[in-house]
Each structure stands twice: as structure tokens, then as C-alpha cells.
Design a protein around this ligand. Sequence first.
Ligand code: FES
Length: 357
Amino acid sequence: MAQDDNGGREIIAADSSGAAHAEESAGTAVAARDALSDPGLPPHRARVTDTDARAEKRAERTVYTLFYLSIVGSIWAIAAYMLFPIESNNVGDVRLNTLLIGLGIALALLAIGIGAVHWAKTLMSDKEGIDVRHPVRGDEETRARAVEIFQEANEESGFGRRTLIRNSLIGALIAFPLPAIVLFRGLGPQNENPVALLSHTMWKKGTRLALDPSGTPIMAADVTVGSAFHVIPEGLNELKTGKLEEKAKAVVLLMRLRPEDLNELPERKDWSYDGIVAYSKICTHVGCPVALYEQQTHHLLCPCHQSQFDVANHCAVIFGPAARPLPQLPIAVDAEGYLVAQSDFHEPVGPSFWERH
Ligand code: FES
């Protein structure tokens, strides 16, 4: 069926028998009939809150109680975050912390939602109206009507009049984002300057270079020309707390080139050992692990945004968005033939942002 553009009458196809319009061929004949008459809106049925002042008061109480409940939920989420911290890598701690914070946030959100729906269903006007279509233009009459509508809406919803509901809703909406602020703050370093934290790693004079993840110290004689090792500081695996944070800063790539292939900076001549060099594995772009070593070209590739570093040329950036070379770890060999660090890195590892302090 389709509707013609003349008086809202419908045009319907005749049936295949052609009984109604025998002179038309079956399938192409049309018959017109009047559209159904508009039944209009059903009569308005008053709700109990429209007729009973006590029921209206009860509904109002329910609504602002729900909004206050939402505030309690938000505060509970913050309190749970502080009262049930994740002190260790204990899964039980993580579950309890997540459960209690989640319950607080769920209560905050649900109570605002249920309160708003209850407010609309019981106290705001439920009269249906028809807004006849008209051209969209902002003449004076329309503007005046818009103001009138806002005033009516304010009057009917009681937003200005029902101060307890209004204020409790404003309070609930202000309190609701607070858990997010507290939770995100908790992701950052506590009471410490992040620049200072990133400026130092576990490496210090004499720390042995060890295989990642086993922690087995590496002997210089075991590093053959062309090989690459993923390295952590010896002792990292024994850390009781902060192991992941320390590892994230201290991971190193160890490579051995032929000494004649190495183009070392004059001030770093003694930072390598017989062609063995160690560089931070943390990309100076945005901190991904630079994990791909191309033995023939001596290039390191960061898979995140394709920055490439030339190991033969003190890990200078030869392609990609990284802004500075990978920091080099000065290494040497101890009396037993194990590779050791001469010191910590001489510059902060990771994204270049941290250099700008
Ligand atoms: S993080 Fe390495 S290139 Fe972007």
C-alpha cells in the first residue's frame, strides 16, 4: 500500500480476481479509499499522585531518597578504594577491591537512574500533547513559545519548586564522577615525582645482566656474534614488591656485533665489551618494548609505530616517530666473566616526554 499526495487517501492494489474493478487488468488496477480517521489521543487518566497529596509526598520522598542513596554509593566506592587496597599481587585482594568499588558505582548509577524514572513517572506531568509540524524558524513568536515551554516544563516537573529533589539530584550528579577521579589518581605514582621515578632504574655498578625471565646471569663468553638477549637485572625476580614496575624500567636488549662494525661515540668507548652492547628495551616514542632485532642490518624495530634504531650507530633513530636514541647501559665484565652494569642509565628511559624536566 502507498499513500497518494491528495487528501491523505490510500491507494491499494486490486485483488487478482479484479472483482472490484473488472475493467482494469489484474495486478495493475488501483482502488482508492479514505484513510482511517484519526482516533485522537485517549482521555488523560489521573495518577494517584495527581489526586492524592499524600501519595505525591511519598513519591517525592522516594525520589530524593534514591538520589541520596546515589551519593552514598559514590562515597562508598571511594571509601572501598581506600579501605580495601590492593597491597600485593594477591588475587583475593584484587577481587574484593573490584567487587566493593563496583558495588558502590553500580548503586550510585542505578539510584540516579531509578530516581529519575520514578520522578518522571509519578511527579512530572504525564499529559500527552500533539505538536503540529511547522517550518523550523526562530521568529519572535517561536522564541516566546520556547520560553513558555521551558517555564511550563519547569513548573510541571517541579524542578524549581521541589528544592529537595533538585538539590539532591545536583548533589548526586556532582558526587557520581568522584570515584573515577580517585581511581584514576590511584594509577599514578603515590607521593613521588614521576620524573624522578623514571630517571632511575634497578641498575647500579656491579649488577649482573641476567636472562629474562629466568634471571640467570649471562657470561660474556655465551654471547655469540649476531645474537640478541632479553635482559633483566639480577635480583629482580627476588623483589617482594614493585617487581613489575622495576622490570618495566630496567629491561634491556643485549647484542653482540663484530667490534669493527660498532661506531661508538668517543665518550662511550668503554661502555661496551668486545662488541657486546646493551640498550634500554623501552621505546623512546611512547614506551613499547623494542623487541625485534635484525641481525644483518643491526637494526632494532619497535612494532608499535615502526621506529627503527641502528645498534651499530649508538641506537640512533633511523626511521619512525621516536625522537631520541635508545639509552645505553654501560657494561663491563666481572672477575668471573659475567656481564655487569657499570652504573645506571645516564638518562631517563622511555618516552622522550620524561626528558623535558
Ligand atoms: S612506541 Fe615505539 S614507535 Fe611508537
